[in-house]
Design a protein around this ligand. Structure first.
Ligand code: GSH
Length: 225
């Protein structure tokens, strides 16, 4: 049965779906979205309720939402990477931390990036002459709040072994969030986690494949990572 992932190599949520595929050596075809026309006019955009990527097509099944793609892969294409912890109580914690990374790290990183676009739902329309400073300040403040919460949580809890749902959520969100608002020195556990994640082979592959697109990062990509 054929497996297709529709997305873009620079898209953080596409990485979230690529990481488990790479970690388990799952064969699939990557379908790159065109960036010069609305996503809503392309296959993946028509499949998702709000026209987002990634979208996984597994035979007759269309799976939207990156977390659900990871869950789908765990059930239908299992491999050596323990995507969802076997212990139900540990799985609940992994899902909770997945939500924290998506809602409060990825979400606030995207909030800042979106402040540079004319229309956040239509990135193909290009960048604003003047970014929305209130949105940038608000997103950055929330990121600092999320880093502090995570640092404290990591001090009292242990993450599941890599590569899990948490890895898939944490790697792209911390990768890009740190470009938007650097992880402060008083959050050493979050900094260490980011470094550890970036060194994992499936994450490194996402980072390297996305390198050619760095000039498109609206804030300017830093000269590191
Ligand atoms: N809740 C979605 C969010 C996906 C998302 O925000 N994708 C971004 C790319 S990283 C997107 O499609 N942006 C294009 C747009 O909003 O038109 C998920 O978890 O898959």
């Amino acid at each position: 049965m054929s497996l297709e992932l529709h997305g873009h190599l620079f898209s953080s949520y596409t990485w979230k779906a690529l990481i488990p595929l790479y970690a388990n050596g799952t064969p699939f075809e990557f379908r790159a979205m065109a960036t010069d026309r609305p996503l809503s006019e392309q296959f993946a955009g028509k499949m998702h309720p709000e026209g987002h990527i990634p979208v996984l097509v597994d035979g007759e099944s269309v799976v939207v939402e990156a977390t659900s793609i990871v869950e789908h892969l765990a059930v239908h294409h299992p491999g050596p990477a323990p995507l969802i912890p076997a212990d139900p109580a540990d799985a609940v914690v992994a899902r909770m931390i997945d939500r924290v990374f998506d809602n409060y790290v990825m979400g606030n990183m995207q909030r800042v990036v979106s402040a540079y676009f004319i229309n956040r739902d239509k990135p193909e329309l290009g960048l604003r002459d003047t970014p929305n400073e209130a949105e940038i300040a608000g997103g950055r403040a929330r990121l600092r709040q999320a880093y502090r919460w995570l640092d404290s949580w990591l001090g009292a809890n242990t993450l599941p072994p890599h590569v899990s749902l948490v890895t898939c959520a944490a790697a792209p969100s911390l990768f890009y969030a740190d470009w938007v608002e650097r992880i402060p020195g008083d959050c050493p556990r979050v900094s260490s986690l980011r470094a550890e994640l970036l060194a994992l082979p499936p994450v490194k592959r996402c980072i390297d494949d996305a390198r050619p697109y760095r000039p498109f990062f609206p804030l300017g990509a830093p000269d590191r990572d």
